[in-house]
Design a protein around this ligand. Sequence first.
Ligand code: NAI
Ligand SMILES: O=CC(=O)O
Length: 322
Amino acid sequence: MTYIRAMTDPAAIPIIAYGPLYPYLDEALAWRFAVHAVAADADPEALPPQVREARALVSFGSVGASAAIMDALPKLEMIGLFSVGYDKVDVAHARAKGIRVTNTPDVLTDDVADLAVGLLYATVRHIAANDRMVRAGDWARGVKPALCGRVTGKRIGILGLGRIGRAIARRLEAVAGEILYHSRRPVAGTAYRYVADPLDFARASDVIIVATSGGPEARGLVDAAMLDALGPEGMIVNISRGSVIDEDALVAALAEKRIAGAGLDVFANEPHVPEALFSMDHVVLQPHQGSATVETRKAMADLVLANLDAWVSGRPLLTPVA
Ligand SMILES: NC(=O)C1=CN([C@@H]2O[C@H](COP(=O)(O)OP(=O)(O)OC[C@H]3O[C@@H](n4cnc5c(N)ncnc54)[C@H](O)[C@@H]3O)[C@@H](O)[C@H]2O)C=CC1
Ligand SMILES: O=CC(=O)O
């Protein structure tokens, strides 16, 4: 997508780049608007008067936009989110104040699904642990790596069959023994088996891949009972949000080998990862990299810019959340 300057000159429109964004997006915003960079941990009530004039705010998913920052910006009309997940945006507050919110769905779906599948293979086939043992010289010293399970034939349970969940399922059709899913309700137009009860779903899965949206409704959806239902041969992959799994329960289940392994891209308190996981060879850790490819980050930035363009010129927003 080529970024085109809108008919109305927006160069004087004050906007906020909130928290660290992404160089391509930062540059395009600076070319386009009067940008104020505001750190994610800045006190909203201490913002200087010229920053309070901001009419739009662009934010990364991990930063979002709280009610406090919205209240500190009396002229705010638009929040452009550089992520699909909007769990860190107080959407109800934005709606109540008439502030529009956009996100970046679809353009990142394939890359996030790829990482989920990569984590599945890395966890089931011990790829990260075996890499470590080769580098440490253990193989050369005659250490025999433990045999692992196979991916082929596994019953894959997708928790949250949305855009990314469906893309994961499509990728795994070629190898899975069965693909089943749990969502709040059955998804129309899919042949995968729907399991309404979360514990039955966990019992019927060899691997659960968490692909729900985050936020209060999904908080702690995967709890100790669900991990026990998954069982000692079971594994879990999470590319959704750390908050969807009870992290203490997960660490305990992994430490006590009540589940067999985990591949985790997301954590409850990023960038902090429970230290207990660092020494666990049956856990594969990623620093929230689902959409972090050159191609996708550019596509996400272009979608943020296209939504801002639409807002400036009064056209319908492309991907509105509110
Ligand atoms: N690891 C990463 O870098 C990335 C993570 N994500 C996460 O993936 C999430 C999903 O993205 P999309 O598939 O595009 O969203 P989506 O809205 O298409 O799908 C979310 C699915 O989760 C289901 N769901 C929500 N709450 C649920 C609950 N309590 N119980 C059962 N199912 C529930 C919804 O019904 C929906 O089917 C995002 O909201 C974000 O949190 C997205 C992009 C990158
Ligand atoms: O976590 C990333 C997102 O786009 O949501």
